[in-house]
Design a binder for this molecule. Structure first.
Ligand SMILES: NC(=O)c1ccc[n+]([C@@H]2O[C@H](COP(=O)([O-])OP(=O)(O)OC[C@H]3O[C@@H](n4cnc5c(N)ncnc54)[C@H](OP(=O)(O)O)[C@@H]3O)[C@@H](O)[C@H]2O)c1
Length: 392
């Protein structure tokens, strides 16, 4: 497989490059804005298999040139770039994956379904951990039931010492701030709708050491697709984050202080938006922390509850996904986001995904083999099925 990874030196992209090489012996063109950073990714992965290139994906000509002679493009850059990179992939006849379109962009991307079908390619949207693995979990749960009423998704992260230490989310602060400043979408009584930021407060039990967490509705793309593509009568779909307490307080403060703003300010002659500034600052802080010898054990947990009926009686299928950082390989718990696009690229290029068009993960990825691939990287999926019986 010859793969182009865009955003290849990002937190997620760099781990995807490594997975493509380690598990599939892929030849990877690692593209990003900053050549020095992707050169480092190539050097630390496998310089014989990884070719670093400088690419600004918003430059249409440069992008179409980079798409020549590759089998698949994995978009690991900002979701705002999806509607530039995906149309270019369709035009070039190259399979495509991304990490999610943050609800509204996902809906725009789905409108290009016919164009992708006509080009004979498959674009898999939002194939990270969440969105991504959670969509596949929803499909797996629905497969166990005759009809579905609700799909409720939860995510949390943290460290072994959950109460006292802020876990670093395995993804960019830019996304976290977007999540805290933009209205979430849910499906309620069969209708897609927007709800207030941080509404839907509920308590959910996650595996230890997270335990019981308070979770809120957050803007995500699962509710944009799952009711339509899973079907079976699904009437409710929601996504909530259970922030670790310390992180919740810090991120809320940053959002309230206006760090979500994209308005450029003059800072001593340098024009920069609060969002760009905090993105750069946080990226630097995360890479220093990951270089430190004092690595903290951190986890990412996902929970997907699918409720409905089996044999005419109430039933529920819950899927838990657990990922800890891997001290042996040095990979963070954020690999639950970087591995799914790598597996998908392998399946796309081997013809294991037969459907063409623009599709969410629940519409084209077979859950069991997918979960087994995740298991090889110690991304652990457990399924619990509760069915009811009547004795009268
Ligand atoms: N589905 C999921 O489970 C999931 C989970 C986490 C994150 N995400 C999404 O994944 C995306 C990446 O997250 P991340 O945490 O890896 O962010 P990140 O560490 O900031 O990585 C993004 C990379 O894209 C590069 N980039 C930005 N603009 C570009 C352009 N025009 N052309 C080429 N490269 C460009 C950035 O370069 P510079 O650093 O030089 O600007 C950076 O290296 C985000 O949209 C996020 O919402 C999805």
């Amino acid at each position: 497989m010859k793969a182009l990874v865009i955003g290849a030196s990002g937190q997620i992209g760099a781990m995807t490059v490594r997975d493509l090489v380690d598990y599939y012996k892929a030849d990877v063109v690692a593209a990003d804005l900053n050549l020095a950073k992707v050169k480092n990714v190539a050097k630390s992965t496998n310089p014989n298999r990884v070719t670093p290139v400088r690419l600004d994906a918003s430059d249409e000509r440069a992008l179409s040139k980079a798409l020549k002679n590759v089998d698949v493009v994995l978009n690991s850059a900002w979701y705002e770039l999806n509607m530039m990179i995906m149309p270019a992939a369709i035009k070039a006849g190259v399979h495509y994956t991304d990490l999610g379109g943050f609800y509204d962009i996902t809906l725009k991307q789905l409108k290009l379904n016919k164009k992708a079908k006509d080009a004979g390619i498959t674009c898999v949207l939002g194939i990270g951990s969440t969105p991504g693995v959670t969509n596949v979990c929803g499909a797996a749960g629905a497969n166990k039931l005759d009809s579905v009423d609700a799909i409720s998704i939860y995510c949390t992260w943290g460290t072994k010492k959950k109460a006292t230490e802020a876990g670093m989310p395995g993804y960019s602060i830019r996304t976290v701030i977007d999540e805290m400043t933009q209205e979430p979408g849910i499906v309620d009584k069969g209708k897609k709708m927007k709800v207030p930021i941080m509404s839907g407060e509920t308590s959910v039990v996650m595996p230890e050491p997270a335990g019981k967490v308070t979770a809120y509705y957050i803007k995500h793309s699962e509710p944009a697709t799952m009711a339509d593509y899973i079907g079976k009568g699904t009437k409710h779909v929601s996504f909530r984050i259970g922030f670790p307490e310390v992180d919740f307080a810090s991120f809320k403060t940053l959002a309230e202080l206006g760090f979500g703003s994209e308005k450029k300010l003059d800072v001593g002659g340098c024009k920069c938006s609060p969002k760009d500034y905090i993105t750069a600052m946080y990226t630097d802080a995360v890479s220093s922390a990951r270089r430190s010898s004092d690595v903290v054990d951190e986890f990412d947990y996902l929970r997907t509850d699918v409720t409905g009926k089996k044999d005419g009686l109430p039933a529920m299928c819950t899927l838990f996904v657990r990922t800890w950082n891997d001290r042996k390989t040095g990979l963070s718990s954020g690999r639950d986001t970087s591995v799914p696009p790598s597996i998908t690229a392998d399946w796309l290029t081997k013809g294991k995904i037969k459907e063409t068009g623009v599709l969410p993960p629940e519409a084209c990825l077979d859950p069991e083999p997918f979960f087994k691939e995740l298991g090889k990287r110690k991304i652990l999926v457990d399924e619990e099925l509760q069915v009811s019986s009547k004795f009268y």
